[in-house]
Design a protein around this ligand. Structure first.
Ligand SMILES: [Zn+2]
Length: 90
């Protein structure tokens, strides 16, 4: 994935809730190819909120996979969030 230009991105997502659901279904492999394409190649390039959420979700899912459990302690998730957001240049 290309690194979007942070300065040109919207700081607020107008459809945060919908985007979050779409993001989850993409990561679950339930979204259609077209949905995935539009979201990843268009929306994520212009929406800071969803860009961050996407990377957070990927990081958290990766961690849960490693731990082979469906639940991670909130503390751990919060520290991941901080790290990811920092890495994204915020
Ligand atoms: Zn969005």
């Amino acid at each position: 994935m290309n690194m979007p230009d942070m300065n040109k991105m919207k700081q607020d997502c107008p459809n945060k809730q919908e985007c979050l659901q779409l993001l989850q279904s993409i990561l679950d492999g339930e979204a259609t190819a077209a949905q995935k394409e539009t979201f990843m190649k268009q929306h994520l390039q212009e929406c800071m909120t969803c860009y961050q959420n996407y990377h957070l979700e990927v990081a958290i899912r990766g961690l849960l996979k490693q731990k082979c459990s469906n639940e991670a302690p909130e503390e751990l998730i919060n520290s991941i969030k901080e790290k990811v957001i920092k890495n994204l240049g915020q």
